[in-house]
Design a protein around this ligand. Structure first.
Ligand code: NAD
Ligand code: GLY
Length: 382
């Protein structure tokens, strides 16, 4: 298994192409490896689309916010490669990540006589990416799709690794499939229009990579969080590239989350409970993950892992990234009820990603009584 290249290498070199390696290079079947291209102006760059599967039709799936900003540029670029380019605009937001929204993609594909070669292009944040990926996995038992993530969160996390899903009223991302894109295009220019609250939400997933895998990157984030908040293009590019590099490294070892991939869920067990209990969209996913990491660090400490100083340090960085650090007071039983539905739970036993040593994570259960103490502490924390 390859080792993660040190962060220092990335700082000194051209970071703008990362590869997700899923297959044994000796394998006889066609490789499912794919590139993550990171750069400015990719939406209209001719070489960004060369080498993709050929088809009569390309379908751009976007939403009512992103479509008016970027769909035309994408459509023009795709017209050079596909005879017919269709366009579908979904409702915006987490609350739209539903079965009925998913059905709209199938309706569009069928109404326009699309075939199994049709290529789907997901232009938007994680919601559009997760829905489009799931639609691509299901339509005619699988058609190719390309991720064009337009939020920081989607560029550093959701567009990479092939997790696709919609929400169920009882739980987050409960209906979905592992289905890999053919390419990920992270155009850094689109981040200029991203609202500050969404930028912060994306930083939560960037920060996540430090405690689970890379404390050198974490220290760099501590030095540069203010300029990241100011959308410094060079620093954003490095944050996206390093995050993608870490995510590709993890997914390459464990595509279907039989083991190490679960560490990418640091903060998510608490975070998903916050999102589902408050109602999807009340807290942004990244906000819930930010607060969830504060809670997961506290749990790690109480289980004998990271020291108090590390919990304070993480909490401080999350706060500087503009994210909530005080947990909503839902009542411990509501948290526990939602967390028992978490996909990492086994036979009703909740399992958490914990940090024993900064930069190393593992998954383990925790006694309910201790989890209640953590919730109580994080609800009261100033
Ligand atoms: P989102 O898709 O709702 O986008 C956030 C908001 O920003 C939306 O209103 C969107 O329309 C708008 N927007 C997007 N790009 C913009 C731009 N360039 N300029 C202006 N506005 C823009 O939310 P998100 O944070 O991108 O993604 C969160 C979702 O991703 C959640 O559903 C979460 O479960 C999922 N997710 C999936 C994975 C995975 O591995 N598949 C990983 C992490 C998160
Ligand atoms: N965002 C968690 C994962 O991709 O596994």
């Amino acid at each position: 298994m390859s080792t993660l290249p040190p962060f220092a290498h990335l700082l000194g070199t051209d970071p703008w192409s990362v590869k997700v390696c899923l297959d044994d290079p000796e394998a006889s079947h066609a490789s499912r490896d794919y590139p993550i291209m990171i750069g400015k102006g990719l939406l209209s760059a001719a070489n960004a689309f060369t080498g993709l599967p050929q088809a009569h039709t390309a379908l751009i799936v976007t939403n009512t916010v992103v479509g008016p900003l970027y769909a035309l540029a994408l459509e023009q670029a795709l017209q050079a490669h596909y005879p017919r380019v269709l366009h579908l605009s979904l409702a915006d937001g987490e609350a739209a990540k539903t079965w009925s929204t998913l059905t709209q993609v199938f309706d569009t594909l069928l109404e326009h006589g699309c075939d199994r070669k049709t290529v789907l292009f997901a232009l938007g944040g994680g919601v559009v990416g997760d829905i489009t990926g799931f639609a691509a996995a299901c339509f005619m038992r699988g058609v190719p799709f390309v991720q064009i993530p337009t939020t920081l969160l989607a560029q550093v996390d959701s567009s990479v690794g092939g997790k696709t899903a919609i929400n169920h009223p009882l739980g987050k991302n409960m209906v979905g499939a592992f289905y890999q894109p053919r390419r990920v295009l992270c155009d850094l220019d689109v981040l200029t229009s991203l609202p500050g609250r969404e930028l912060s939400a994306g930083l939560a997933e960037v920060i996540k990579y430090g405690p689970i895998a890379d404390m050198a990157f974490y220290e760099w984030l501590e030095h540069n969080v203010d300029s990241l908040m100011d959308k410094d293009p060079e620093h954003l590019a490095k944050a996206v590239a390093r995050s993608c590099q870490i995510k590709a490294w993890v997914v390459g070892q464990d595509e279907r989350e039989g083991g190490i991939r679960a560490i990418l869920n640091f903060g998510h067990t608490f975070g998903h409970a916050i999102e589902s209990a408050l109602g999807f969209g009340v807290w942004l996913h990244g906000e819930a993950v930010g607060c969830g990491m504060v809670m997961a660090a506290e749990l790690s400490h109480r289980l004998g892992g990271v020291d108090r100083a590390f919990c304070d340090r993480l909490r401080h960085l999350i706060e500087r990234a503009g994210l909530p650090v005080k947990a909503p007071d839902l009542g411990a039983e509501v948290y526990l009820e939602h967390m028992r539905l978490d996909k990492k739970a086994e036979a009703g036993e909740i399992r958490f990603v914990v940090i024993d040593t900064p930069g190393e994570a593992r998954v383990r259960p925790a006694p309910d009584a201790l989890v209640r103490e953590v919730i109580d502490h994080c609800v009261r924390a100033p």
